[in-house]
Design a protein around this ligand. Sequence first.
Ligand SMILES: NC(=O)C1=CN([C@@H]2O[C@H](COP(=O)(O)OP(=O)(O)OC[C@H]3O[C@@H](n4cnc5c(N)ncnc54)[C@H](O)[C@@H]3O)[C@@H](O)[C@H]2O)C=CC1
Ligand SMILES: N[C@@H](CC=O)C(=O)O
Ligand code: NA
Length: 438
Amino acid sequence: MKPVRVGICGLGTVGGGTFNVLTRNADEIARRAGRPLVIEQVAHRSINPACDLTGIRTTKDVFEVATNPDIDVVVELIGGYDVARELVMMAIENGKHVVTANKALIAVHGNEIFKAAHEKGVIVAFEAAVAGGIPVIKSLREGLGANRISWVAGIINGTGNYILTHMRDEGRAFEDVLAEAQALGYAEADPTFDVEGIDAAHKLTILASIAYGVPLQFEKAYTEGISRVTAEDVEQADNLGYIIKHLGISKRTGDGLELRVHPTLIPKERLLASVHGVKNAIAVMGDAVGPTLYYGAGAGDEPTASAVVADLLDVARDISTEHRYRTPYLAFCGVTDDCDELPIMPMEDITTAYYLRLLAVDRPGVLARVATILSEEGISIEALIQKEATEGELVPIILLTHRTLEKHMNEAIRRIESLADIAGSVTRIRVESLDEQD
Ligand SMILES: NC(=O)C1=CN([C@@H]2O[C@H](COP(=O)(O)OP(=O)(O)OC[C@H]3O[C@@H](n4cnc5c(N)ncnc54)[C@H](O)[C@@H]3O)[C@@H](O)[C@H]2O)C=CC1
Ligand SMILES: N[C@@H](CC=O)C(=O)O
Ligand code: NA
């Protein structure tokens, strides 16, 4: 069979890993694909010492790969929104299939990219874009194709989970662990994408589209990162039987879809609570299958390359199949025509439980005033910890509430913060039981 000719654009962490996995496992991959996958050209700006490019045609210009008539598949591993978008659109225009690990690109420009690819009859594959090496896109899109999905919740940023894990287990400083994650190649070019939840929101946007058949709507995702999680909150969560994880959550409700990314208290006994370091895990609830969980490395050179190369294998197998019989980009047929119009719910309309931490002046009646506000807003308290205060000090009060509407909690927090007995702002962390019945 004719070889599939691959052009790799970008030879950094993932590009280097992809080059090496494709080269090292070439025979095995060819047996699986039924034809060889040959690296025809590599576009790179700087040398990657881990890659031996002897005998490979190279260029500094990624657009040369997109127009090269000897290339069947363009692998976009340069990252970012603008040049990557231009590169992918040019590759599609030139009739090339595309494999990318770029979640920012898919979450923000995916609707346009898939439309163009559909019109040209080419494949755009992006397994590496969500949870690195975990084959979660394929599982959700194909493996769970029989199910009506009710929720998806996961740890989908390796850098963030790496930071939370090492801060908690080793008491290390945020900046120190972030620098280590960057050195290991886990972080985005702009690491604020990791720590402020933007990367996780890109990934959740993609998962929700596949799970529910809605268009990609990154701009409607609620995004909160881990930069304000304190050691005190980690300890208090532990006292209450919880662990703090940064989760992407999307639920189907009677009013639409929740699409939110934020630090979350989860019960210690849940499987997601045991996912540490750079590992990711995504729980998916389907009506037929029940709960399922997908676990593995969420970032890193060869773990991510594993997903890129798996996509290349799919391209090699599907290249001769007529376009309309291929697996659809986002699980549902067509490009926009078959999309569901389920609205993304505004954050104030979501329902969840809450962990609150407030600092109060140690005066009689303060707790009663806080409890009255919560009760007036229809919020009931599940647990309460009030620490001993030393003379003249502020006393921390920790509250766990039952589920309530976010807008009611917003109002309660506004009123609590205006009490003369309360110092500073109230810390609020959402709590999810991740119950199989939810
Ligand atoms: N690092 C990881 O663990 C994961 C990364 N990704 C995604 O994979 C993509 C690549 O990420 P990394 O490999 O980590 O980044 P990186 O920064 O290590 O590599 C990107 C490479 O592309 C090169 N590059 C950028 N613009 C270029 C241009 N115009 N022409 C030629 N070369 C150019 C850079 O010089 C660099 O060597 C990103 O979209 C990222 O979000 C996805 C999953 C995991
Ligand atoms: N920066 C990302 C890389 C993988 O998607 C992460 O840390 O998860
Ligand atoms: Na993946």
